[in-house]
Design a protein around this ligand. Structure first.
Ligand SMILES: Cc1cc2nc3c(=O)[nH]c(=O)nc-3n(C[C@H](O)[C@H](O)[C@H](O)COP(=O)(O)O)c2cc1C
Length: 169
């Protein structure tokens, strides 16, 4: 397999980025995600792929709900916070205005473009990410949405390298 061609093809797609948040047993989590997609029209389903290295994955294993926020080109700071800090760092949510959605999921008040998922399943196909599929239980979008794309954030250094993979205690 040509890794260069694979990288060129995936970069050319230049996906919109999302910030996924979740919670379980009072613990909040969230990270920047480039791997995500609508996965059914009726019923409406949406899927996100979480790195096994991430705190968000570890909390997501026990979570029932996930919020998918669509940042705009103005939200580079938010993307940097969620893409480079780890939830292992207590600063991740500090200073952010949030409110609890279903399942205690933190909804980011600064991000009015979002949907809330109720988890259907989580599938591990042996890769370094797992897919979480969900039913869309609500969706909100107000104002213009010029999405923040991979090309805007490709310079960021992820808080957890996907090669870490290890599940920490
Ligand atoms: C451009 C970019 C794309 C990313 N895409 C994903 C992704 O699709 N899925 C994922 O789980 N993490 C992705 N990450 C990594 C996480 O956002 C990052 O490691 C984060 O710090 C993890 O935080 P956590 O440990 O609190 O969950 C991406 C990071 C960057 C910079």
């Amino acid at each position: 397999m040509s890794e260069a061609a694979f990288t060129a093809l995936t970069a050319a797609a230049d996906p919109a980025m999302v910030v996924v948040t979740t919670a379980a047993e009072g613990e909040q989590a969230g990270c920047l995600v480039g791997f995500h997609s609508q996965s059914s029209i009726s019923p409406a389903h949406y899927s996100v792929w979480l790195s096994k290295a991430n705190h968000t994955y570890r909390v997501g294993l026990r979570a029932t709900h996930f919020a998918i926020h669509f940042p705009t080109v103005e939200d580079l700071d938010l993307a940097e916070r969620f893409g480079t800090l780890s939830g292992d760092d207590p600063e991740k949510f500090s200073g952010l205005e949030t409110r609890a959605g279903e399942g205690g999921v933190p909804l980011l008040e600064s991000c009015p473009h979002r949907m809330l998922l109720e988890r259907i399943t989580m599938l591990d196909d042996g890769g370094d990410h797992v897919v979480v599929t969900g039913t869309v239980v609500s969706a909100h979008s107000s104002g213009s949405l010029v999405p923040l794309r991979l090309s805007h954030v490709a310079h960021l250094r992820a808080g957890h390298d996907s090669e870490e993979r290890a599940i920490r205690p």
